[in-house]
Every structure is written in structure tokens, then in C-alpha cells.
Design a protein around this ligand. Sequence first.
Ligand code: GDP
Length: 524
Amino acid sequence: MGLKEEILRRRTFAIISHPDAGKTTLTEKLLLFGGAIHVAGAVKSNKIRKTATSDFMEIERQRGISVATSVMGFEYGGIKVNILDTPGHEDFAEDTYRTLTAVDSVIIVIDGAKGVETQTRKLMNVCRMRKTPVMVFVNKLDRPCRDPFDLLDEIETELKIAVRPLSFPVSSGPAFKGVYNIYDGSFSAFTSNDRQTVSEAVKLSLDSPQLDEYIRPYTRKLRDDLSLVEGVYEPFERELYLAGELAPVFFGSAINNFGVKELLETFIEIAPSPRPSPTETRTVEPTEPKMTGFVFKIHANMDPNHRDRIAFLKICSGTFERNRNYFHVRSGKQMKFSSPNAFMAEKKSIVDFAYPGDIVGLHDTGNFKIGDTFTEGENLKFTGIPSFSPELFRYIENADPQKFKQLAKGIDQLMDEGVAQLFTSRLNGRKIIGTVGALQFEVIQYRLEHEYNALCRYEPIQIYKACWIESDNAEQLADFMKRKHTNMAVDKHGRNVYLADTSYALQLAQEKFPDIRFYFTSEF
Ligand code: GDP
């Protein structure tokens, strides 16, 4: 198979949801269809039920041992499907944002009783920013759900995207009868079957006399609903979906494996194969023969005896080959990988070739950073992998004077992994850690101790937001930095960061210094 065929048969995506909507369950059912696993329960939930560090650590330890759960690949109908896993806990939202930079499309799971929830909304903002095509799966129809038209309206307004149902449910809860597949004009009757295995749905067309037997007393209602659908919604246009402007919507029940096959088969047919990737200088087409890719995630092994890491490389163009020299753009060094990993189901294995859309795990002893680009020599840097403005801040201090070096190294490496962001105060040189979630502070402390043998201590600091500043007006910038010098810091790359105490102070600063640009993501 040529490069082009390999690209066309790849679908790399993430499933996102508010916790508990059914992301893990849906992932598992998709893997069952792909024959990648054979029993339910094989996919470990990476969800953190309690906000306790010990709980998180336990999960991380398990995941550290089986990093393969970060990417789950399988083949279905000749298509290579790569599902990228995202953390369920909102404190790790930044991890999810970064994973979204490596996917070509997204499936959003929504709880049919709860509708659109906060985390869904936030994640959708990132998708919208990147114009990622999204598909929606409304889950838990076996439970009493809200009216489908209400849900569709809510998705449209809350997620700010046009919707088009491609299937439609007949009632919900105990009276749930099934789902009519608008896309291929058939009906799948819901029989609460054995939840552990995949079974064939019964297909019935809308005018089949048997249909009435299945869905009585809802036959009339279904016909009315479907004509309303046709009246209200424009016909489905794939181009609009691919442009990230239209979300096809499916209904089902992941746990009962209902509606999942329809979702998967439509997904495979309409979801995009690997798309072009922007760099600072040009756009890279996946069909270019030379290999390019970027690191979007670094996974540390939590076992102190094996302190290696795995860097996840998304291939953007060309063919990646084992034992071949590649150019690590940031360091300017040539590197080759003798045991790159590919991810199939919940297993990882050594791979000889990988293609655009694939994720390759590279063994790393602490040299890589999120965003690092690999090429065959060209000086490229992929863009669109931003750091988000953190919202929680603490001073970090060394709690063991003997271990100064270990602490510095540990902090450095954890920041490269993207666990948090480090700022240095211009006023007193103190180090400040900024995170998006409170749990990260404990994670950092725990990991410094267990992986780097270093002790840290935190002290409170009152900061509302960190923003990166830039200006073409050197005089105004100098004036600003002088006036705000107690609130100025530099980030790891030496860029100027303004640490606003309050939202009022930030607003005032923006008004008084109109020539200064305040950024809330670090990529600009
Ligand atoms: P996640 O947090 O989004 O990964 O959600 P999970 O997949 O872990 O599901 C959360 C809970 O909802 C679990 O108890 C599941 O068993 C349950 N669940 C998932 N799908 C369905 C469904 O279709 N119907 C019902 N009734 N429960 C479901």
C-alpha cells in the first residue's frame, strides 16, 4: 500500500465528554467492535473519583505501567482507527486540550438526561478554535432522557455549532424502543441484550409493517418527528461537517451497545483522514514524502526504578521508520529510535513503519518537550499547541537544602511534560508554579519526592491570572514594566508575563496601556 492509501484509511480522533457521560463505556464498545478487546471491562477508567492525590497516583501508577491506554488503535473494515484517550478529571483539562491538537476529529458524548455540561462546553471551545470536525453521541437513552428536539437545540446553542440528527430515538427510559437511522433509512429495535458482547441490531425500514409491532404506540410520533427533522434541519452536508461547522448527532446507549455500530460505521465513512498541519513557516501536507511530526504528550513512568518517559509523536507527513535518523529541530541533533512503539488496543508493540495520523511512542530519557518537532532536516515548528493561562498559583520553595539540584531538575522535567508552568518573579527571583487545577500542586510535590528525591514546599501568592505581554511601543512597555515591576515575571522561555492580582487590575492595565497586547495563551 502506498503512502496515500495509508493516509486515506486512517481516522485519528478523541472522545470527549463531561465526566460520567459515558466516554469510557463508548471507547470500550468501539474497541469491542474493532475486535481489539473481547470482554467488557478491559478498558480501565482513568477517571479520578475522589479529588485525592493518592487516588490520582494509584491511577497514574497503573497507567504508567500500561501507557498504551493513551492511544488505542484498531482496524475496522479496512480502516485504521486511532482513539486518543483524554483524562476525565477537569484539573487535567490542559492535557486534554493538548491531545486535541493531535486529532483530526472528535466524538462528543452527552448524557441524554443532563444535556450539555460545563466540561463539554470548554472542550468544544478548543475544537471550535481549531475547526475540528465534531460528531455528537447522545448517550443513556435507556434512561429517561430529555426531549430530543430540546437536546438538539441545546447542543446548537451551548456548543455554538449547527447540528443535524443522523439518527432519531423512539422514546427513552423504560419505554425506549430504538433508534431510526436517518442516514441509511433503517430502524434498530432496542432489546436490552447481553451487555458484554456485540450483537446485531434488527433492521426495519420506516414503512415496514413489523415496525409498528416494535414501536407501538409511537409509530405515528416517529413519522411526525422525522418529518419535523426534515423540515427543520438542512440535509446533511459532509463538507460543512469537515469544516467544523456542522455536527451530525446520533442517539444510543453505550452500555447496551446500542447505536454504537451505527455511530462507528458512519464515523468511518465521513470522518476526515489526516489533515494538513500548520507550522510557523508553511502548511505540511500529510502526503509529503518526508517524515514530519510533533510531540503532543509526554508520559512519565511513575515507577521510581524505571524513570524513563514516553514521548507521544503524532506523525504529520511521510513515513516514519524505525532506526532511521530524524532531525530534532529544537536541539539541532539527529536522533534515531530503535524501539518506537505503536499502539494497538491496549497493547503496545515495536513498530517498523508509521504513517500520518499514527501516534508513535518514543523512549525518552528527559530530552523532549511538548511541541518538539521532528523532520528529515527541515527547520519546521508545528503551531497550534498552546499553553493556556494558568489560574492557580503558588510559590515553590526548596524544603531540603541538600537537594537543590534534584529539585531544579525535577521541576524542569515536570514543566517539559506540561504538568504546570513555571514563572520567575522579576522582583525577587522566586519561582512560581501556575496550574489549571488544584490537584496538580499535590501531584508535583508527590512526584518530586518519589521520582526526583526532592522535597518542596508551597507558599501562597495572590494572583488572579498570568498573561503574556508584548508591544511594538517600546516606551509604553518599559513604562508598564516599571510601574508593575512587583507583578512582572518571566516564563521558561524568557518571555514577559504580567501576574495580575485581580481581574480589576488586569482590566485597568488593559485600559491604561492600549499599546500592550495581553495574551491568555502562550502561543501567539
Ligand atoms: P465517563 O466518565 O464519561 O468515562 O463515563 P463512564 O463510561 O465511566 O460511564 C459513567 C457511568 O454511566 C457508568 O456507571 C456507566 O456504567 C454508565 N453508563 C454508560 N453508558 C450508559 C448507558 O448507555 N446507559 C446507562 N444507563 N448507563 C450508562
